[in-house]
Design a protein around this ligand. Structure first.
Ligand code: NDP
Length: 266
């Protein structure tokens, strides 16, 4: 049997849209491959499970991206700085790892106009990937987080960062919500009046959360900013992973097939 097998590792993983996205593209391109959900509780077993299941490639999601980085045989590109990966490929019995969240984010914000200076709200795993991706593109990046404790990573990478209480207002072209505020609640990622003041001097707002209009995006829209949710970021991290899986460049028609699959209920 020559069917290639791919999977997404996560805990939880049931809600993942990645299988439908990748399977739709395999089907459309007539590639003999299947992409499964793989529920993994113990991140330390990630590489072992990946190899034992004879997967050709995989995606890795919450909470295993840092473990995935540690266990890879070879890490390519910006992922070395982020210290977290979301994509595994098997090549000559070695596990090669990439971070496609970073490039997926950059692709997602291409639809905005020119951006020089970016404010990122939040300092978790997603923030790290986005901040380094923007820094590598030569953008000016500032991170602001509720608590102080997650800021060390940014300091070490020469990215300006503040906790809420030290933050000073400035001009930003783009404001990104990389916090989980608004995901399962109706909270803003920062104090409302402070956000309103930030938005006064900004043109674009991006939320990594997808599938709903968060309070953050609603407020940005009300203040006249051009807004975008995290759907394209999710799509493009998948597109880039798919290109590594298949060692091909995929065309815009296939990307639209993947986008459509992403919107379907699972
Ligand atoms: P982490 O758990 O690593 O980080 C969460 C961050 O959110 C922390 O900085 C935390 O601050 C902050 N935070 C949480 N609640 C609040 C709140 N009520 N007010 C202010 N700040 C808050 O999460 P991830 O980086 O993994 O994910 C962040 C978001 O990005 C999630 O909503 C996730 O769904 C989304 N995402 C989207 C992707 C896409 O493809 N579109 C890909 C990956 C993630 P503190 O340090 O103070 O606790």
């Amino acid at each position: 049997n020559n069917t290639q097998v791919f999977a997404i590792f996560g805990d939880p993983v049931e809600h993942s849209k990645s299988p439908q996205m990748h399977n739709s593209a395999f089907e459309y391109l007539n590639i003999d491959a299947v992409y499964k959900k793989h529920h993994l509780k113990d991140g330390k077993k990630l590489k072992e499970e990946f190899l034992n299941n004879l997967y050709n490639g995989a995606n890795i999601t919450v909470p295993h991206k840092e473990q995935a980085f540690k266990q890879a045989d070879e890490v390519i590109g910006i992922a070395n700085k982020i210290q977290a990966v979301n994509t595994y490929i098997k090549k000559d019995d070695k596990v090669i790892a990439y971070n496609t969240d970073a490039a997926g984010f950059l692709k997602a914000i291409e639809s905005f106009g020119e951006i020089k200076k970016v404010l990122i709200l939040g300092a978790g795993g997603t923030s790290k990937a986005i901040a380094l991706a923007l820094q590598e593109e030569g953008k000016e990046v500032v991170v602001v987080n509720r608590s102080e404790s997650k800021l060390n990573f940014f300091k070490e990478n020469n990215i300006k960062c503040y906790s809420w209480k030290n933050f000073r207002l400035d001009y930003f072209d783009l404001v990104v919500n990389s916090t989980s505020a608004g995901l399962k609640d109706d909270k803003l990622p920062m104090n409302k009046s402070q956000l309103e003041n930030i938005f006064l001097n900004s043109s674009y707002a991006f939320d990594c959360i997808y599938g709903k209009e968060t309070p953050f995006l609603a407020l940005a829209k009300k203040e006249g900013l051009e807004t975008k949710d995290g759907e394209d970021m999710l799509l493009y991290q998948g597109v880039l992973a798919f290109e590594y899986f298949t060692n091909t460049k995929i065309d815009s028609k296939t990307i639209e097939i993947m986008r459509k699959a992403l919107k379907e209920e699972n």
